[in-house]
Ligand binder design. Sequence first.
Ligand code: MIG
Length: 683
Amino acid sequence: MICKYVFGHPMDTHAVVMEVSESKQELTLMQAEVKEDAIRLSCRMEDEDVVFGLGEQVRGMNKRGFSYISNATDDPHHTENKHSLYGVHNFLILNRAKKSEEEHKAQSFGIFVDDPGTVIFDVGETRMDELAITAGKDCVVYVVEGECLKDIVKQFRKLIGTSYIAPKWAFGYQQSRWSYMTEDEVREVVDGHHQNGIPLDAVYLDIDYMERYKDFTVNQETFPDFKNFTEEMKERGVHLVPIIDAGVKIEEGYQVYEEGVQKNYFCKDEDGEDFVAAVWPGKVHFPDVLNAEARAWFGGKYRFLMEQGIDGFWNDMNEPAIFYSEKNLKKVLEELDEMKGKNLDLYEFFHMRDLVSGLSNSAVDYQSFYHNMDGVKVRHDKVHNLYGFNMTRAAAEAFDQIAPDRRTLLFSRSSYIGMHRYGGIWTGDNNAWWSQLLLSIQQMPSLNMCGILYTGSDIGGFGSDTTEDLMMRWLEFALFTPLMRNHAAMGTRRQEVYRFERLESFRNIIRMRYGLLPYIYSEYMKAVLKDEMYFRPLAFDYPEDEQAYRVEDQLLVGESIMIAPVYVQNAKGRYVYLPEDMLMVSMRSLDDRTCKVLPKGHHYIDVAIDEVVLFVRKGYMLPLAVLDVKVRSTGDVSEEQLQWIGYTDDVAEYVLYSDDGLSRNYTPQSEWKKIRMTKEELL
Ligand code: MIG
């Protein structure tokens, strides 16, 4: 059951696709206080209640004990003191451990606050036993009641629409790095993988492929024949995936800039002039993707690259990130000028430092430009969280025109609920720290709750130098994430896996991904087509098991397996909780596996540095593709011959979904193949 409550005069954010009429009943599960410029919703939490959700955020799967602020932010330090990351996903579920006497007041429920401005979720930080949500005065609140966690998510997902489906090649291993400067450097990376027997499906082109960071241009010196180059790469099974930035460079003669100015497609400042911010290229304008016409125009620009054979993109800096604005910089420079020659005391010095660091992503800037939404002038900060969503929507809607018959890879850094219909996300600029590997594990199910299924983190860590063991452990987890991309920042240690000493282990781990491809793809597609989660916390499948709610570092992946990644340096194993008897499968490579049944309960398991461990649930099974030694990309993985790992006392079953991985008609029943095997057959 979904109840809709409207406060004030909210705008249509396009988060929701299902028609729901306003609820006639009062909101009882939370107490609502309507203040002059805000709505406050609150309720009590018992000690054993658990809160799941909020998508891309810091901290654990159970969100209790902290405040989360919905305010899309470009912050490369995802530490636990932060309150906002790139995406905004205002959906959570309060799971009640017990029903109280007053039944209606102690019901588990999901809540989605559809407000594109700043929303604060105080999940028991101010008061440990209170959940308090503060939103703007104009918003829509949806309350979802259901039988269980899974059911609540499913209903919510119906409300917000079907998730994006990536082409199958985008489920292969992908290599990225900010600073692949030339065609030859990209070739070298591909060679490095192929010569070492490491499969590879994509190489990313970061900002350096462009001509002076101008969107929809290609540097003619470093990529002289781009069309031929994309073709050459495709023949080797490698897709090139260029980055697109939100800011359009201000430069006379640059077509995208000139057209945008002429047609009034850029965001405006207070005086009605095109708003000037600065990002990579220096000064830029922001395309007003909240304006339908401008959105169609910007989306149409992707055609330039698609005509040269590109079939995948990543949208960056679309919070939108601002290094500085022209106006703000001027003010700050003036103030700094006054400080010249002065003897700065402690406070003055700090003030000076804050002035400079405060230039980036400043609230003042976000309050100083405007969108044109259907003829209505809207100040940016009111709709801040919709920008990345609509930049990505611009691209996806254009792809429907440019390449209607095939899928195009698309994911974004910033997002809002609803964007999952148009593309995936990656979790932004993490660091090569062990704690960030854990964070990535914990973010996955929260993102899935909000429909964001095509997702993953920068493997190995984006900022700071990675280490070989971190890289290996990270891959052992990421081989289960739909987006499996190794990415790092310019200036950090090179982390293409063939550069490490234990090359053979890396090869084995990445090949496991290709062996698991039929399962990963099938489970991804089922999650999309049935509005379900691909990654789930244990509590979702074992709702009666109190212990399951406490597990913060294990996940169910699809219907058949559970994983328990190692994310601690130098650990040679870890504690695992099994909510039922399971078959533990330890793999050093696809052909080097051992299986052992473990009973329900707590265990310490050994997991060597180069080992992948997964657990098959009772009554379930798992397909594995048999790989040729020469497998180079997803296109070489055949489903003709599958091996099965399963665990049952009598029979196990699996429904395998498969399709061509490229066309857009993906639902015919014939593509669902049911496989049944007996205990004897599985051994
Ligand atoms: O922070 O384009 O998150 O993946 O490599 C600089 C350069 C801008 C941020 C992205 C990152 C990318 C980088 N970009």
